[in-house]
Design a protein around this ligand. Structure first.
Ligand SMILES: *Cc1c(COP(=O)(O)O)cnc(C)c1O
Length: 414
């Protein structure tokens, strides 16, 4: 079952459950995730790297639902976090602190202290000031903090500019040209165990060549640091593998990419970390929405649905494409070219533009595909819209893993 979603007798299923049955019980809009699909992607990484010491640290920011985190923690995954809130979630979900890496350019003292107290595996540090702060806070606790320095390898990820992170002019990491001097200064900080190097060059990479180029650069750097007497034990290559949004996208297969990575690191006497987010959960989720109205203005045809940019901002933010397919397929329906838009008061509120799709009518249900990553995670309450329910399907069973927000939730804390 590819990615957990398929038609049976023209009815769209998530694993063994008809999506329309879920929508009837939870209402719409609602996110639905396939547990089987998530686990199969995780295992593809894990198995391809079986004979290399490794950590698969799922990037929590892609989809932070506790149900998803529990599923991955249960399978043995580690986690890549970028905030204290994400650390809190991972601990709630039963994640193992010794498999957590903490990334991000702006860690606060409180977040660093929280992570030190949990004895996480490693901090991926992004500046000398951060190294000094971690050193001071670890010294106060009389412990050693394991750190890696995030290197900016200056390779072009060739993806959307907002999610490209590995060029010299980006805010991330330490410039590859300066990093050895930074290691030399950091090795004098007594409360740091300077054991790793890390990078992450961007997201939604459909071509793996830039990642492999970064791998070579990082392995060469690890070798140079070892030659200087800095005992590098682990290398973290970040996340970034792209997924299929359009049917014609040639997305890299996790298995093939991880196998290529294994070739590079075999017999290097290094522990390997990867931080995949999107490639684990992206294709494992859909956003189910109901058609409210059809309308025509000027030359344009609109399908107005009950999901909006507040539920899924990717089309508005990154001009990204999500396939939109009917829950009930019928050749008799025919197709229409239309904009699929939500109720939010912005012209940027669209899920698709000038798209040929099933000629659906008010009341019909649609699935917005490949919405498992950076979907709910980027949802907001804009226009005072309660955030949607989230559902996890496992075989023929399903459960709500996050209830739809109520109006009372909207004003909590005000
Ligand atoms: C966002 C991010 C990831 C995950 O990226 P994906 O493209 O979702 O795989 C991994 N590591 C870091 C440091 C990140 O910021």
């Amino acid at each position: 079952m590819e990615n957990g979603f398929s038609y049976v007798d023209n009815t769209l299923y998530a694993e063994g459950v008809a999506l329309a049955d879920i929508a009837a019980r939870t209402g719409t809009p609602c996110y639905v995730y396939s547990a089987g699909s998530i686990l199969s992607k995780y295992r593809a990484y894990h198995e391809a790297l079986a004979d290399v010491p490794h950590r698969i640290c799922y990037a929590v920011k892609a989809n932070f639902n506790l149900g998803v985190l529990r599923l991955l923690a249960g399978a043995g995954a580690g986690f890549d976090i970028v905030s204290g809130g994400e650390l809190y979630r991972v601990l709630k979900a039963g994640g193992d602190p010794s498999k957590i890496v903490f990334s991000g350019v702006g860690k606060t003292a409180a977040e660093i202290e929280f992570a030190l107290d949990q004895r996480i595996f490693s901090f991926n540090c992004e500046s000398e000031a951060e190294l000094a702060l971690i050193d001071a806070l670890a010294a106060r606790r009389a412990i050693k903090a394991r750190v890696a320095i995030r290197v900016n390898p200056d390779v072009d990820a060739a993806t959307h500019p907002y999610i490209s992170t590995g060029l010299r002019n980006h805010k991330f990491g330490v410039d590859i040209a300066e990093v050895e001097r930074v290691y030399e200064r950091a090795r004098r900080l007594p409360a740091l165990a300077l054991e790793g190097v890390s990078c992450h060059i961007g997201s939604q990479l459909l071509d793996t060549d830039p990642i492999i180029e970064a791998v070579d650069i990082m392995l060469a750097l690890a070798g140079r640091l070892r030659a200087r007497g800095i005992p590098i034990r682990h290398v973290d290559f970040g996340g970034g593998l792209g997924i299929r949004y359009k049917p014609e996208d040639e997305a890299p297969e996790v298995k093939r990419f991880a196998a290529a990575l294994r070739e590079k690191v075999l017999d290097k006497d290094l522990e390997v970390t990867v931080e995949p987010g999107r490639s684990i959960v992206g294709e494992a989720g859909v956003l189910v929405t109901r058609v409210l109205y059809r309308k025509r203005t000027g030359r344009k045809e609109f399908i107005v649905v009950d999901a909006s940019m507040s539920d899924l901002i990717r089309p508005a933010l990154y001009q990204s494409h999500h396939e939109i397919i009917p829950l009930r397929r019928s050749p008799a329906l025919g197709t229409v070219v239309a904009d699929v838009v939500g109720p939010v008061c912005e012209s940027g509120d669209f899920l698709a533009r000038d798209r040929e799709l099933a000629n659906v009518l008010p009341g019909d249900l649609l699935a917005v595909c490949s919405a498992g990553a950076y979907g709910f995670a980027l949802a907001s309450n804009y226009n005072s819209r309660p955030r949607p329910a989230e559902v996890l399907v496992e075989g023929t069973a399903w459960r709500v893993v996050r209830a739809r927000e109520s109006y009372a939730d909207l004003v909590r804390g005000e």
